[in-house]
Write a protein that binds this ligand. Sequence first.
Ligand code: K1U
Ligand code: ZN
Length: 177
Amino acid sequence: MIKERFVFAMALLEILIAPDPRLKQKCVPVEEVTDRIRKLLDDMLETMYEAPGIGLAAPQVGVAKQIIVVDAAREGEKPNPLKMINPEIIWTSEQERTYEEGCLSVPDNWAEVVRPERIKVRYMDETGTTRELEADDLLATCIQHEIDHLNGVLFIDHISRLKRQMILRKLTKLKRA
Ligand code: K1U
Ligand code: ZN
């Protein structure tokens, strides 16, 4: 008997640009880690590297599920791709850090955001194994930024209303043009 084999090619996904109601949704947890979820994780990583970016959350590609990918390795460092399903922050440091953040869904805009400097995050990997990771520096900032996306929060929600509205108006005009 000939066994059928499916070979899935990786795909680049379209990244949604704000304002978009799909970026403001609360995402649902993943119940079971299937091949479809693993394919989404691979496609998200490929999309993130191509953008280029250091993180990407599923709602940014129109999928309202609690899934993020991150690689905060700096230039010249060994790549460190992380695939996180149902990530939850279980500890944050009192010490905070300010970082000028960007977002692939808010292109060409950067703003300083204050967040805890160190975090501990619990998540499921692509095999369904629950893991915990302690992160600091850019990795901690990026994971917090991506988990915000899963709750419909963008980095511009951390800045003044005036600045946020200016950015959103600019993006709306660019999308119309
Ligand atoms: O969520 C996203 O849209 C990805 C975003 C993540 C992020 C950046 C900065 C601070 C916190 C979270 C980005 O990757 S924006 C692009 C970016 O940071 C970058 C692009 C090329 C080289 C290095 C960084
Ligand atoms: Zn973002």
